[in-house]
Design a protein around this ligand. Structure first.
Ligand code: PMP
Length: 306
C-alpha cells in the first residue's frame, strides 16, 4: 500500500488526499487516454534543502506527450512547475516521488474523446528505491521478455501515455513469474529496447552504450542525464543498435529511470554479469551527488522547494 500525503493538486486547487477521487466512467479509465510523468524530489540532510530533479524537463515532456495524442493541456509547463513546488510544500514532504497526470475525465464514452474534459492532477508521496534499497548496490536480475516493445507506429513509445503501460505490465508480470525483478523488452525487429519503466545501458571494454531513440523507446530524462555525466567522467558513450547477445557479453548493465535512478543488473536470463561494476558505480555516485545539489554545474536542473 502507498503512503498518503496531505493534498493532491487538481485543476488548480489543493484537494485533501482522500477527497481527490474521480467517477468510474472517466474516459481515460476505460481507454487509457491520459499522459503522465514521474520524477523525484531529493532532500539533502546536510544542507536541509529539497530539490525536484529536472522538473521543467518532465513537464515539457508531458505537454509534448499530450500534444502527440491531441490532448490540450490547459496549463503551460511553467505553470505546472509552479504548481508542483506548491504541492510539495503544502504536503510538507522533504523527499518524495511526484506524479503529474493529464487525463480525459468524465462526460464522454466511446473511443472518440471529443467532449470529455481534460483534468490535470499533481500528486506526491514518499517512495523509496523503486527496485529495492539493496538493488542500487547489488543489482537486480532481469529477463528478456517474450513481449515486444510497441513499434513506433503503434502507441509511440516516445509518448508517455497511460495506455502504453499495459505493455509494461505484461512484461513486468512475466518477468516476475520467471523469478526476475525486471524485464528487458526487445522491439519488433528484435533489437534491445528498454525496461518496463527504465532505459538500459551496457558497458563493454570501458565504452558505455545505449540504444538510440529510433529503436522505439522513451527518451528518458535519466538517460540524458547519464549521457551527460559519462561525458564529464571521460567515459566514451555511443548510441547504437544492440542485440540480445550484447547483454550477455556486457561487462556491466544498468537501468535508468526517474523511479529506478541508476540500478545495476546482476544477471540477465540467468547469465551473471556481476552486480555494480566500476563505471556503473562512478555514474551512480555522480548522479546522487547531483540530485543532492552537490554539483554546482548542474544547478539548472534542480528546482528548490522553498
Ligand atoms: N522507459 C519507460 C518505458 C519508462 O516508463 C521510463 C520512466 N519514465 C523510462 C524509460 C525512463 O525515463 P525517465 O528517465 O525520464 O524517468
Amino acid at each position: 500500500a502507498m503512503e498518503e500525503a496531505k493534498y493532491i493538486w487538481k485543476n488548480g486547487e489543493l484537494v485533501p488526499w482522500a477527497e481527490c477521487t474521480t467517477h468510474v466512467l472517466t474516459h481515460s479509465l476505460h481507454y487509457g487516454s491520459a499522459v503522465f510523468e514521474g520524477m523525484r524530489c531529493y532532500y539533502n540532510e546536510e544542507t536541509g534543502k529539497s530539490f525536484v530533479f529536472r522538473l521543467k524537463d518532465h513537464m515539457e515532456r508531458m505537454v509534448r506527450s499530450a500534444k502527440m495524442c491531441m490532448i490540450d493541456v490547459p496549463y503551460t509547463a511553467d505553470e505546472l512547475v509552479a504548481a508542483t513546488l506548491e504541492t510539495i510544500k503544502a504536503c510538507e514532504l522533504p523527499s518524495c516521488y511526484v506524479r503529474p497526470l493529464v487525463y480525459h475525465g468524465y462526460g464522454q464514452m466511446g473511443v472518440d474523446p471529443t467532449g470529455a474534459p481534460v483534468d490535470v492532477i499533481i500528486a506526491c508521496w514518499p517512495w523509496g528505491a523503486y527496485l529495492g534499497e539493496e538493488a542500487l548496490e547489488k543489482g537486480i536480475t532481469a529477463g528478456v521478455s517474450s513481449w515486444r516493445q510497441r513499434s513506433n507506429n503503434a502507441i509511440p513509445p516516445q509518448m508517455k501515455s497511460s495506455a502504453s503501460y499495459m505493455n509494461s505490465i505484461l512484461a513486468k508480470l512475466e518477468a516476475k513469474a520467471h523469478g526476475y525483478s525486471e524485464a528487458v523488452m526487445l522491439n519488433e525487429a528484435g533489437y534491445v529496447c528498454e525496461g518496463t519503466g527504465e532505459n538500459l545501458f551496457i558497458v563493454r571494454d570501458g565504452v558505455l552504450s545505449t540504444p538510440p531513440v529510433a529503436e522505439g523507446l522513451l527518451e528518458g530524462i535519466t538517460r540524458d542525464t547519464v549521457l551527460n555525466l559519462a561525458m564529464d567522467l571521460d567515459i566514451p558513450v555511443v548510441e547504437e543498435r544492440l542485440v540480445r547477445a550484447d547483454l550477455y557479453a556486457a561487462d556491466e548493465v544498468f537501468f535508468t529511470g526517474s523511479a529506478a535512478e541508476v540500478t545495476p543488473v546482476a544477471a540477465i536470463d540467468d547469465r551473471p554479469i556481476g552486480g555494480r561494476g566500476p563505471i556503473t558505480k562512478a555514474i551512480q555516485e555522480r548522479f546522487f551527488a547531483m540530485t543532492a545539489g552537490e554539483l554546482e554545474e548542474y544547478s539548472d536542473w534542480l528546482y528548490e522547494v522553498e
